[in-house]
Design a protein around this ligand. Structure first.
Ligand code: ADP
Length: 487
């Protein structure tokens, strides 16, 4: 069982309408550890009635919160940030237990998630407007940016803390309340965040966390005319559904959906750096991030050398329960995730790829009850294999050979998605040319790690709408008002 230093962080009730509470009908669902199947907790299965109460509570909270000064909002957010760091050990343990990532990665996520709060606490003071020279005399044209109103977030399980703070912090900083519906697999981190927000003194209904039926809660939030903004991170299929459901109330929407990141190694690359970048981009969180390298294109002249350097790096990963010492690759979130990786491996093999490492479910010893897949490397993957078209979301490095810059740019852009892309080159002309040509919202040039709270995260094409983090992240929670003041 989970033993925390601060046991209040393990909440098994939802926080809404001013209190920690259960579902009206007392229905609950269980939260499992993906490393061993252990039941960690039971949380309320809320539905429409409870969601409507949360929306009403948020509406009432909005009026007082929007009138607070930016400095006051920022100060409360900073207290929340500080408490996250005080309780870093507990938050990391909760996160690893329900999500699976190794403790070191979980600790990194706590710090990363907290950094969004600090960033937006500071940005709150910079919600500047402007004045426009009037085309007629005796008149001033004033533009302000105002809080949009009640906001809602539907978040995924792969970053159970960071995907919440990067929505909640800008919403609150801008002067709005937020209702969060966390993923069913990882509600405990979300509830711990709500607990810490309370301890920080953030007024009750500004951050509500409602666990429960995603379809019902999602439909209720989308249909509400009180909810003015929805921010969603998750699968493209659900994102499209929510986009449609928000049409009726013409809600402002942020969508951070699937990716299919190309990772390109040109023949002038620093190969050691490229291997290091590929490891970070491909195998972090066992390949379960939306910016993970999904298709690795390596130029002909350096293909074999890259493979020789990559194989030992992947072999060195230690798969296991993320709370155990020395483990660097945790389980996948569930059995369906393992099956998808297996399907991508099989498909590539049938099309002539070569299996160089891994390729199978791991079930031996202490891994028997968990969802483990061996870190896998496939070479000579044909450019039309499924793994190049669909996001794998697992520990599979699929290496495709290419010949020319022109060819690889066409391959990289031949996707309905455009979230992240990466490439390695030391040619300054090529760096600028390729950066400009790639159709993705984010580009890592000679790096496999791009996420930071200070820069705008988001996609092009069907990878989404809107940006999170950076100064742009605040715009998502503001509306522009223009006033013509005549005298
Ligand atoms: P994944 O396939 O990676 O689990 P999902 O898009 O299914 O991604 O999940 C992301 C979030 O969307 C989760 O919080 C999940 O509960 C929620 N979700 C899933 N289906 C729906 C739905 N029909 N309406 C609203 N939210 C949903």
């Amino acid at each position: 069982m989970l033993t925390l230093k601060h046991p209040e962080l393990l909440r098994q009730q939802a926080f809404f309408a001013g209190e920690w509470a259960d579902a009206d009908a007392h229905a609950r669902f269980s939260v499992h550890n993906p490393a061993n199947g252990e039941v960690l907790a039971h949380v309320p299965l809320l539905g429409e009635a409870e969601t409507l109460r949360a929306i009403e509570a948020a509406r009432l909270a909005w009026h007082a919160w929007r009138r607070q000064t930016a400095a006051t909002r920022g100060k409360l957010l900073m207290r929340w940030h500080d408490l996250m760091l005080v309780h870093l050990d507990d938050l990391a343990l909760l996160l690893t237990s329900e999500q699976g990532k190794p403790l070191a990665e979980a600790r990194g996520e706590v710090a990363y998630a907290a950094a969004y709060i600090a960033w937006f606490a500071e940005e709150a003071r910079r919600i500047y407007g402007e004045t426009i020279p009037s085309p007629v005399a005796d008149r001033q044209l004033v533009v302000t940016r105002e809080p949009i109103g009640v906001c809602a977030a539907i978040t995924p399980w792969n970053f159970p803390l960071a995907m919440i703070t990067r929505k909640v912090a800008p919403a609150l900083a801008a002067g709005n309340p937020m209702i969060v519906k966390p993923a069913e697999a990882t509600p405990l981190s979300a509830l711990a965040l709500a607990q810490l927000a309370q301890e920080a003194g953030i007024p009750g209904n500004l951050l509500q966390v409602i666990t429960g039926d995603p379809k019902v809660i999602g439909a209720t939030l989308c249909a509400s005319e009180v909810v003015r903004k929805l921010s969603f991170t998750g699968s493209t299929a659900v994102g499209k559904l929510l986009y449609g459901q928000c049409a009726g109330s013409v809600k402002k929407l942020s969508l951070e959906l699937g990716g299919n990141a190309p990772f390109i190694v040109f023949d002038d690359a620093d190969l050691d750096a490229a291997v290091q970048g590929a490891m970070a981009s491909k195998f972090r969180n066992s390949g379960q991030t939306c910016v993970c390298a999904n298709r690795i294109y390596v130029q002909d002249a350096v293909y074999d050398a890259f493979v020789e350097k990559l194989l030992p790096a992947v072999s060195a990963l230690r798969v296991g329960n993320g709370t155990h010492d020395g483990v660097t690759a945790g389980p996948l979130i569930n059995e369906a995730a393992c099956n998808k990786v297996a399907e991508h491996v099989q498909d590539a093999l049938q099309r002539g790829a070569a299996l160089r490492l891994g390729g199978e479910r791991l079930r031996g010893g202490e891994l028997a009850q968990g969802h483990f897949f061996a870190p896998t490397v496939l070479t000579e993957v044909p450019a039309d294999a499924r793994v190049t078209r669909e996001e794998t979301f697992g520990p599979l490095a699929a290496l495709v050979r290419f010949r020319t810059e022109e060819e690889v740019i066409a391959l990289a852009n031949d996707s309905p998605f455009g979230l992240a892309s990466y490439f390695y080159s030391r040619d300054i002309g090529r760096v600028h040319r390729v950066k400009e040509a790639l159709e993705s919202g984010m580009v890592g040039v000679n790096t496999g790690l791009i996420s930071t709270e200070v820069a705008p995260f988001g996609g092009m094409k069907q990878s989404g709408i809107g940006r999170e983090g950076g100064r742009q992240g605040l715009d998502e929670y503001l509306v522009t008002k223009y006033a013509a003041v005549a005298w």
